[in-house]
Design a protein around this ligand. Structure first.
Ligand code: HEC
Length: 106
C-alpha cells in the first residue's frame, strides 16, 4: 500500500516535469527569434530597431508594423513566393520564435 502511494507520487512528479518541459519547448520565445534573425536574416534585413537597411530587403521593424503575424507565418512557411529571398527550412517552432521577436519591434 505504502509502495503504491510512493509510486503514484513519483509518477506524478515525472509527469509534471514532462509537461513543464513540453510547455517550455513549445512556447514561442522572442529571444530565440532574435538569435535566429541575427544568424539567418541579418545578411539582408536590418533585424533590429533603429537600423538602417540597404535596398536589398525590408527592415524587420517595418515588416513588424506593416504585416500581420499570419502574413509572416505564411511567408516564412513558403518564402519562394516573392522576390529574391532564399527558402529557409524553418520549423514551425522557429517561425513562431521569429514572429514573437517581430512583435517586440512594433
Ligand atoms: C539573401 C537575402 C535574404 C535573407 C538572408 C533573408 N531575406 Fe527576407 N527578404 C529578402 C528580400 C529581397 C525580400 C523582399 C521580397 C519581395 O518583396 O519581393 C524579403 C522579404 C521578407 C519578408 C516579407 C516582407 C513583406 O513585407 O512582404 C519577410 C517576412 C522576411 N523577408 C523575413 C525573413 C526572415 C525571418 C529571414 C531569416 C530567417 C530572412 N527574411 C532572410 C531577402 C532576404
Amino acid at each position: 500500500m505504502r509502495r503504491a502511494g510512493l509510486f503514484a507520487l513519483a509518477a506524478g512528479v515525472v509527469l509534471a516535469a514532462a509537461v513543464s518541459a513540453f510547455a517550455a519547448g513549445a512556447a514561442p520565445s522572442a529571444e530565440r527569434g532574435a538569435a535566429l534573425a541575427e544568424r539567418w536574416c541579418a545578411e539582408c534585413h536590418a533585424t533590429g530597431t533603429g537600423q538602417r537597411t540597404a535596398d536589398v530587403a525590408p527592415a524587420f521593424a517595418g515588416i513588424a508594423s506593416e504585416r500581420s503575424p499570419d502574413y509572416v507565418r505564411g511567408f516564412l512557411a513558403n518564402p519562394h513566393v516573392r522576390g529574391d529571398m532564399p527558402t529557409f527550412e524553418l520549423s514551425t517552432a522557429e517561425i513562431e520564435d521569429i514572429v514573437a521577436y517581430l512583435a517586440t519591434l512594433k
